[in-house]
Ligand binder design. Structure first.
Ligand code: GLY
Ligand code: MN
Ligand code: MN
Length: 440
């Protein structure tokens, strides 16, 4: 099983310490356990940035990085975690404990999580800057504010509390935005498993099947590969495809309709994000095929626009022009292409953006603009390319034959020196390939 090594996580901590500079301390907590309902939690999933830095997947954990007078003195990595406890482990599973934090996760120092409030006071003394992710967890924010107040109150003893609090996310997000080859390998695995799930869905769908039954086919492929969905799966038959965040998935899939599936899994906490739209009975109608090919042409052209140096927005601009031209050619829109684009009149049929950063989070971290301008693609950035067209079932401005058709096609693309690299190419997307696969 492909996994990141402790050396990979250490390299990330090295980079963070370097970015922090001397006399600094960084504090980062994992996610709290989320309750589903009485006595039943959601399965725990570590906070992405905490895991990115530590490789530690248990709940109730906080990492602390401290630098000293000179960055040449290195830094100290402390991990606060749950202590080993035989009875708790019998009920709730294995814990690394403080020994495991040192031996298996390469912490320089490890403490029981219950000692955090006490130990942190000493660590905060005489540090110039505190790097902290403000605004992620209100309860933890309040706790950190309490630490600062206490450390400041102790200054009469001749020590000082950090004078500056710096948003830690700004450093980690920028590092996470540029993926290493190892990270791309994990995203490729997530994409291959997700592609297999979409292929299985195309092979198993039949008129009369429930949307949730088709979702179960996807979940089977994710689960047998040790993965979980990276977001709530959308399986929308017919006009349900026009509801962008349709997740009920509780209707019948009808003969003659398309089905839109936006679903993918995460592998080792790295996400994929794929959408395919295909006919429930295996054959596109002429209207479905005409609209589908407009979306496909726009998607292929937008993928080619993911070039190093191009603006983040270039794929969107390329996609919009092809979608609008297609709508004009099919008589769904009338008017002048430049005016339609200028006034964004196409939003009647295409109301979302063409993509987003992808990584450990499906809508991954990283700014989209620098100094107020859309940033350019750089080596190792991963973006989704997901144009679509949605003709509302009650849109009386459009001939009835187009109404209720919703189509989106989504792939995951890495910007590289050799041009765009599509991670999700293993699942077919042309009309001919889809119909051939479904006819088998
Ligand atoms: N599946 C979420 C998205 O496409 O943005
Ligand atoms: Mn997406
Ligand atoms: Mn998606």
């Amino acid at each position: 099983m492909k996994k990141l090594t402790q050396a990979d996580f250490k390299e990330r901590r090295d980079r963070l310490a370097e970015e922090m500079g001397p006399h600094s301390i960084a504090v980062i907590a994992t996610s709290p356990v989320a309750m589903r309902n009485r006595d039943a939690d959601y399965k725990f999933r570590a906070d992405s940035s905490f895991f990115w830095l530590t490789g530690f997947a248990e709940p109730e954990a906080v990492a602390v990085i401290e630098t000293y007078e000179s960055i040449d003195e290195g830094y100290t990595y402390s991990l606060f975690c749950r202590e080993r406890n035989r009875e708790m482990e019998i009920w709730n599973g294995y814990r690394a404990g403080v020994d495991g934090a040192v031996d298996d996760f390469e912490a320089d120092e490890a403490y029981a999580i219950d000692l955090l409030d006490e130990e942190i006071q000493e660590k905060l003394q005489n540090k110039a800057k505190l790097f902290y992710r403000i605004g992620q967890q209100a309860a933890f924010d309040a706790r950190v504010a309490g630490w600062i107040a206490k450390a400041s109150g102790e200054s009469r003893r001749g020590t000082s509390a950090p004078a500056q609090i710096v948003q830690l996310d700004r450093i980690i997000d920028e590092l996470r935005l540029h993926k290493t080859e190892q990270e791309l390998e994990l995203m490729q695995i997530a994409s291959d498993i997700s592609a297999e799930a979409h292929t299985r869905a195309m092979q198993t769908v039949k008129p009369g099947m429930m949307e949730y039954a088709l979702e179960a086919e996807l979940n089977y492929v994710f689960g047998k590969n040790g993965c979980v969905p990276s977001y709530n799966s959308i399986v929308g038959g017919g006009e349900n495809a026009c509801i962008l965040h349709y997740v009920e998935n509780d209707k019948v899939l009808k003969d003659g309709d398309l089905v839109l599936i936006d679903a993918a899994c995460e592998y080792q906490l790295y996400a994929s994000d794929i959408t395919r739209t295909f006919p429930v009975n295996g054959k596109f109608s002429p209207e479905q095929k005409a609209l589908y090919n407009v979306v496909l042409d726009s998607q292929i052209a937008a993928i080619h626009a993911v070039q190093i140096g191009n603006s983040y927005k270039e794929p969107h601009n390329v996609a919009v022009r092809i979608l609008v031209q297609g709508l004009l050619d099919l008589g769904i829109m009338q008017g002048n292409i430049d005016e339609i684009i200028e006034k964004e009149a196409y939003r009647q049929f295409y109301m979302h953006g063409t993509g987003h950063w992808l990584g450990m989070d499906v809508h991954d971290v990283g700014t989209y603009k620098l100094d107020g301008e859309w940033r350019a693609y750089e080596e190792g950035m991963v973006v989704t390319v997901e144009p679509g067209l949605y003709i509302a079932p009650d849109d009386e401005t459009v001939d009835v034959k187009w109404r209720g058709i919703g189509i989106r096609i989504e792939d995951d693309v890495v910007a590289t020196e050799n041009g765009p690299r599509v991670l999700t190419a293993a699942v077919v997307k042309s009309v001919e390939e889809i119909e051939a696969l479904m006819a088998k």
